[in-house]
Design a protein around this ligand. Structure first.
Ligand SMILES: *[C@@H]1O[C@H](CO)[C@@H](O)[C@H](O)[C@H]1NC(C)=O
Ligand SMILES: *[C@@H]1O[C@H](CO)[C@@H](O)[C@H](O)[C@H]1NC(C)=O
Ligand SMILES: *[C@@H]1O[C@H](CO)[C@@H](O)[C@H](O)[C@H]1NC(C)=O
Length: 420
């Protein structure tokens, strides 16, 4: 799948940079010849000057090769892919994550950190993941809320109050802990950590150009006053700061921050620790069952149709017959506050759902049509899964995982499939 856009795009880019240099050589060489034949006798500095065309040529070749190898080096690098969150609609998102992230990078390892709930059995789909480093599925417990957390964070806009935020931060930071202990055990360090969510639906591959050395990369838009925290890509240094969501709260407290939501806390984490970041458009959306007023107001939430061409940079989405496209999207999006739920919608990338009610009848067919046969098959497998299928798949998944901390498969499968 990665091949198709890539194999066309890469040679073209190479071709252009090659042409640029050829063109430069073409116009500079007559000048050089002129200089060579009509210049004063060689001076000591001449010899170094005579290497100019050679410099240009070698630079042209070098440029070409570094261009190719930078791309290749990301593809070949060691990448920890950290997936966090509940499995809610994993039958829709899981296969897209496997194909568009894990299978794109042959040296990427999966880390899963998730609570046990009635949907956790859907993680059985991960038996198709190429490399599974570590799985941690845990019985959720209320976490104590510290005084500094209560001072720094606000429960406003968080669906489950302060506890919800603390649980989420714990999921994210726990993934860093899992990666660290795996690295210690295997005695190596990952080059990159991709932190993403279980409920992300990817409609295109994660590309090498989404990785930027020395900067923490986050999706554009959906910034809610801070920075979009639905995905992050960084090296060891930047990821350490970005994923330390609980342990940096005291630092934010001493820096005088208060009333932060997830996104503003995330931004404060990076800025107080001197981590520079950049935003990019990334080809995923967050599949959500939540209802939102339509059309959205200034601080409302736009819900994208899963069939939108994208990239949606982590905006909320669901399978729907789009209620709004083209000019209607222009009008609807112009209302949104740029620093809040706004997302980039240019080039027809976005179509909107009327998400004021539950998912519409026939959403399955809409999904299958967009996602294709293979993903549709995974959706159906989960929808019709029997207890024994689940047990068998979990057994296979467990065998593939290097580290496994989870309740017995019978617990995970029966919680979700007791009725079948
Ligand atoms: C660019 O690199 C390719 C291999 O990646 C090579 O075949 C080609 O000759 C190079 N072209 C230039 C102008 O360096
Ligand atoms: C990460 O931080 C260490 C220590 O501050 C530094 O030596 C190293 O060069 C940094 N690595 C990268 C890739 O920025
Ligand atoms: C959105 O959907 C709701 C419920 O299905 C409906 O009542 C409402 O009229 C719709 N809004 C628009 C603007 O289409």
């Amino acid at each position: 799948m990665r091949g198709s856009p890539k194999k066309i795009a890469m040679p073209f880019a190479k071709w252009v940079s090659y042409l640029d240099w050829r063109w430069l050589l073409f116009i500079t060489s007559p000048l050089f010849l002129f200089f060579l034949f009509f210049s004063p006798p060689p001076s000591p500095s001449f010899s170094s000057f005579s290497s100019l065309p050679h410099f240009l040529i070698s630079h042209a070749f070098q440029d070409n090769s570094t261009f190719a190898s930078r791309d290749e080096s990301v593809v070949r690098s060691r990448i920890a892919v950290c997936l966090v969150g509940g499995a809610r609609r994993f039958e829709l998102t899981g296969p897209s994550i496997i194909d568009n992230i894990l299978k794109q990078y042959p040296n990427s390892d999966l880390f899963l950190h998730s609570p046990l709930d009635k949907d956790a059995f859907k993680f059985s789909l991960l038996k198709h993941a190429p490399r599974v480093a570590s799985v941690r599925i845990f019985q959720p417990q209320p976490l104590s809320e510290t005084e500094s957390e209560a001072r720094v964070l606000t429960a406003l806009h968080s669906p489950n109050a302060l506890q919800g935020l603390v649980q989420y931060f714990n999921l994210v930071e726990g993934c860093l802990t899992m990666i660290r202990s795996y690295e210690a055990k295997k005695n190596f360090k990952y080059d990159w950590i991709v932190r993403t969510r279980v409920d992300g639906y990817w409609n295109r591959p994660l590309e090498p150009e989404h990785f930027t050395a020395g900067k923490y990369v986050v999706p554009e838009g959906s910034s809610y006053g801070g920075l979009n925290d639905r995905l992050g890509i960084g090296d060891q240094n930047t990821s350490k700061v970005a994923l330390s969501r609980l342990s940096l709260i005291p630092a934010l407290d001493s820096a005088g921050f208060h009333g932060l939501n997830s996104e503003t806390a995330f931004k404060a984490q990076l800025t107080t620790q001197g981590v520079s970041y950049m935003t990019k458009r990334l080809p995923f959306c967050i599949v959500s069952d939540r209802r939102y007023d339509f059309p959205p107001g200034e601080f409302g939430v736009p819900v994208a149709a899963l069939s939108s061409p994208g990239p949606l940079s982590g905006a909320k989405c669901r399978p729907c017959k789009s209620a709004c496209k083209g000019k209607c999207v222009d009008r609807a999006m112009a209302v949104l506050n740029r620093g809040w739920s706004w997302t980039q919608w240019g080039d027809g990338s976005l179509r909107l759902c009327n998400a004021s009610a539950g998912w519409e009848d026939g959403w399955e067919t809409l999904f299958d049509k967009v996602a294709g046969k293979k993903f549709a098959a995974a959706r159906k497998r989960i929808q019709t899964m029997k207890l024994e299928d689940c047990l068998r798949d979990f057994k296979q998944l467990k065998k593939r995982a290097v580290t496994w901390k989870a309740p017995p498969a019978t617990d995970i499968c029966t919680v979700g499939l007791a009725h079948t």
